[in-house]
Design a binder for this molecule. Structure first.
Ligand code: GDP
Ligand code: MG
Length: 449
């Protein structure tokens, strides 16, 4: 989402970091470049203006010019301001109400409301241990209620049974009764959108809001539409008073302006982001982590969280210890492959690591074949534990057995062994600090192809 912005900011900061001292003119030029980078990322002009105005006095102040690492200091100032711009602290979802508490999702057609209703329900169920009822009030598109019902079935969630030809007000009444009877803590209402904002939609949402008395009225907005998403949020807020915003499609290659302009323009916090089509592609919105990511400092916390969600802590610890010693086995490699697959391939992993916009670019250009990951996984799985720990014992006859067992051929196994040797060497070098962070050595890249 923020690749271009990150790339540009990294460039600006790298230049400034190299200078042993900074004069006012250099800082001014840096700020001008930051301003351009933000505008190119589709951040609204007034937001950019205020951003630069806010950091200027701090950046030009004596503090930075006298400091021993002025470039670093500027990064810190920009980071703090970015966190502020993104909303400062994490804003959690408000569930404080006499049960059942209602959550109302509104937004344009196709913004992701129905998908988000299910993602949000799963998230609340997991993190707050609540019982949830999902209800579709979209009576206009024939398949809309059905879509929510099917999604709920797939994800083991409760959906209100569909009664044909009922109007929203009656559905809401039925939902409240059903929630009482089933002991549900929360009702999530999915509503009908239009392709654009119109009076009839707003009138309907207003009456639904009166009927449901929601603790949260959440706008679901498509982040790929950039400044338009921000405009839509303002319009909705004027008519129905939003309490928060969920930005969807943050996995896409939009320029990120929506996330950066939303809080300041609308005054409403972003609470969650959608990062893919799958139901668990949904995250709490952390301003500080996103600021880290935008500045190319890497979202290491998210990375660690993501990895530990699925992988055995013990194994990770052992791999880390091995790595520190410069030791690397096929067990470690297998774990890395699985980690990469879980986290959306190489690019997914790389986008979260510090200072790797360069490495990411390298990977893109190198055309690393992700199918190869699965093939390598199969080959390693055909090895015995002993072979995985001591690859040097893999002789001719062992090679035949392994390649047969994995449904590939000796050539592929040989390539993997060669690649593994190279990775071991690299790990050793890394553990001795001989490889700069965030860069992938060419020899390894060429071998991943
Ligand atoms: N890539 C991606 N697709 C999403 C995301 N959220 C929703 N979608 C997709 O957007 C499309 C429209 O979503 P839907 O929930 O039906 O939108 P609605 O009309 O507002 O209810 C579906 O194909 C979803 O899978 C997201 O965060 N990322
Ligand atoms: Mg829908």
């Amino acid at each position: 989402m923020f690749e271009n912005l990150t790339f540009k900011l990294e460039g600006i900061f790298n230049k400034l970091k190299k200078a042993p001292s900074l004069n006012e003119a250099q800082v001014e030029t840096g700020l001008k470049e930051i301003r351009q980078a933000l505008l190119a990322a589709d951040v609204a002009l007034p937001v950019v203006k205020k951003f630069i105005e806010d950091i200027k006095p701090k950046a030009i102040g004596q503090e930075i010019i006298r400091s021993t690492s002025p470039g670093q200091m500027l990064v810190k100032i920009v980071y703090d301001q970015l966190v502020e711009l993104l909303g400062g602290k994490v804003d959690t979802i408000n569930l404080k109400a006499v049960p059942p508490a209602s959550i109302l999702l509104v937004g344009l057609q196709g913004s992701g409301k129905t998908t988000t209703a299910v993602k949000l329900a799963k998230n609340i169920e997991k993190n707050f241990n609540k019982k949830i009822l999902l209800v579709s009030l979209d009576i206009y598109r024939p398949a809309a209620q059905e879509q929510l019902k099917i999604l709920c079935e797939k994800n083991k969630l409760n959906a209100l049974p569909i009664v044909k030809d009922q109007v929203p007000v009656d559905i809401v009444k039925r939902a409240n009764n059903a929630a009482q009877l089933s002991g549900s803590d929360i009702i999530i209402f999915d509503t009908a959108g239009r392709t654009q904002i119109d009076l009839s939609m707003m009138t309907e949402i207003k009456s639904i809001k009166e009927e449901t008395k929601p603790v949260e009225t959440i706008l679901v907005a498509d982040s790929l539409t950039g400044q338009i998403a921000v405009k839509i949020a303002s319009e909705f807020d004027k008519s129905v008073q939003l309490t928060s915003i969920i930005l969807t499609r943050m996995d896409g290659d939009g320029r990120g302006g929506a996330a950066l302009s939303m809080k300041q323009t609308t005054g409403r916090p972003i609470k969650f982001i959608g990062v893919g089509e799958k139901i668990d592609d949904f995250e709490t919105f952390y301003p500080d982590r996103l600021a880290n990511r935008i500045l190319g400092m890497g979202d290491v916390v998210s990375l660690v969280e993501k990895a530990s969600q699925d992988l055995d802590e013990e194994k990770i610890k052992k791999a880390e210890e091995n790595l520190k010693k410069g030791k690397f086995t096929f067990e470690d490699y297998l774990m890395q492959i699985r980690q990469m697959k879980k986290m959306g391939g190489m690019e997914g992993v790389l986008s979260l690591l510090p200072g790797v916009s360069k490495a990411k670019e390298q990977m893109k250009n190198a055309n690393v074949d992700e199918k190869l990951l699965s093939q390598n996984e199969a080959i390693i799985l055909s090895m015995t534990k002993k072979e995985r720990e001591n690859p040097e014992i893999i002789s001719g006859s062992r090679r035949k057995r392994i390649s047969l067992g994995s449904g590939t051929d000796v050539q592929n196994l040989n390539r993997l062994l060669k690649q593994f040797k190279m990775m071991s060497k690299m790990m050793k070098k890394m553990s001795q600090g001989k490889i700069p962070k965030g860069q992938i050595p060419d020899e390894l890249l060429n071998n991943l192809k």
